[in-house]
Design a binder for this molecule. Structure first.
Ligand code: TYD
Ligand code: MG
Length: 427
């Protein structure tokens, strides 16, 4: 192990620390991970309870989505409970950041800002300040003289991240770094970054919408399926306390091609609207466009609708949208997607106040979804009147009188029960 000390500055990692002897796990005492409250419940939720000391957290997102704003707000709130916070920006000058701070009504007490791109200098500042939290915005602007390549290149980004991670662990201070992602969703430059850091959070949203979602992609200290939901306003980001209401704010009950599903994002049920539009395409191969739902899932649902319910979709373009720009990945939304498509195809309204739940199997059968009780409770809370569920669903323990539970064994049955009769002609 003589080489470890020579290696460690270049490849800093806990793995290389000297003096570690193998120990029997049963003799290792469990330690509670000390966590810092980030000041935002939505951020803590995604982090799995707060910022773990010594952890390196990457906040990735497209330019302009609000990463710097979020981190400046977190930094400021955290000065209330911690010693001091260091905010390093390689992108903005102190004047620019001061302007943003004014817009956010932040005083900046205990918040130390430095504009710097040389990582060695950054680390010196951190040593000098000895903060309780450090922010580096963005990792793509940082560089080390002894490393080849321009800032933003894979080698630079990798090395800089490794150094920051090492500093964070050695000093037991959490560091939040931002990283830009390209349109394709890769963190610009290295995807390898994701392996180096402890936590990867994506900050997402549609450019034309004011809502923002913080999504866990990797978390060494918690689950990754939690979402934090924010709204970008004139003075920064605010937490959205009632996301279902928020996502349904433009929903019109009984609109053709529009169906509400109750999805589960981590531990939180969320009601969202799925819209579908089918239009005749006599000229080319039919197109399928999936915004917010998985494309392959849409193909599967389309195939099942064609084969099992006789919907003639072979010459129809199909567009499916999740309103609000949210992404749903779980199959519990299958029946919602199918109902929206059938509603549009037949120009038939869904019955009033309807929420739809169920995974669709290849035979057109409906399969159970997890945590049904929480989803139904959320539907009741938002004032929905009926809920279509898979027939085999057994998870519903409560006797619900405030919502009509309609059980269906197959897609065919669900469509019969969920759609009003045909009210218009086919496209
Ligand atoms: P920013 O945090 O600079 O994004 P990023 O660091 O991800 O590139 O946010 C930029 C956008 O946010 C910009 O278009 C302006 C908008 N914004 C608001 O709408 N309200 C605000 O209070 C602030 C500070 C920014
Ligand atoms: Mg920024």
């Amino acid at each position: 192990m003589e080489t470890t000390s020579a290696l460690s500055p270049r490849f800093p990692s806990l793995l290389y620390s000297t003096g570690n002897k193998p120990r029997e796990l049963s003799h290792v005492e469990k330690i509670a991970l000390p966590r810092l409250h980030s000041g935002f419940n939505e951020v803590n939720r995604v982090l799995g309870g707060g910022l773990v000391r010594g952890s390196l957290v990457l906040i990735a997102g497209e330019p302009g989505i609000g990463k710097s704003t979020l981190l400046l707000q977190i930094s400021d709130v955290m000065t209330e409970t911690t010693r001091r916070v260091a905010y390093v920006s390689g992108e903005e000058s102190i004047d620019q950041v001061k302007l943003r701070a004014e817009r956010l009504n932040l005083e900046g007490k205990g918040l130390y800002f430095v504009s710097e791109i040389n990582l060695s200098a950054v680390l010196e500042h951190l040593e000098g300040l000895s903060p309780s939290l450090a922010v580096v915005d963005s990792i793509q602007t940082m560089y080390l003289e002894e490393v080849s390549g321009a800032p933003g290149s894979i080698t630079q980004v990798r090395e800089c991240t490794l150094r920051l991670g090492h500093w964070a662990k050695r000093n037991n201070v959490p560091i939040l770094i931002t990283g830009h992602v390209t349109k394709e969703g890769a963190i610009a430059g290295p995807g390898t970054l994701e392996h180096i850091v402890d936590v990867v959070l994506y900050f997402e949203g549609e450019p034309f919408s004011s809502y923002r979602v913080l999504r866990g992609v990797k978390n060494r200290f918690g689950s990754t399926n939690e979402l934090g939901i924010f709204e970008m306003g004139n003075s920064g980001l605010t937490e959205v306390e009632n996301p279902s209401q928020y996502f349904l704010s433009q929903y019109r009950d009984g609109a053709i091609g529009s169906v509400v599903v109750a999805t589960l994002e981590g531990s939180r049920p969320l009601l969202v609207e799925i819209q579908a539009l089918t239009t005749l395409n006599s000229f080319g191969p039919p197109r399928r466009i999936a915004n917010g739902v998985d494309f392959n899932r849409l193909l599967l649902i389309t195939a099942v609708l064609t084969k099992r319910t006789g919907l003639k979709l072979f010459n129809q373009d199909i567009i499916v949208n999740v309103t609000g720009g949210l992404r749903i990945s779980e199959p519990a939304a299958d029946l919602g997607i199918a109902t929206a498509i059938a509603s549009s195809f037949h120009s038939s309204k869904p019955i009033s106040g309807l929420v739809v739940l169920g995974e669709i199997g290849l035979n057109g059968e409906l399969r159970r979804v997890s945590q049904i009780e929480r989803r139904v409770t959320e539907a009741i809370r938002l004032g929905f009147k009926s809920c279509i569920l898979p027939k085999l669903e057994t998870g519903l323990s409560l006797d619900h009188t405030d919502i009509q539970i309609i059980k269906a064994g197959s897609v065919v049955e669900a469509l019969k029960l969920g759609l009003t009769k045909k009210v218009g002609g086919d496209e």
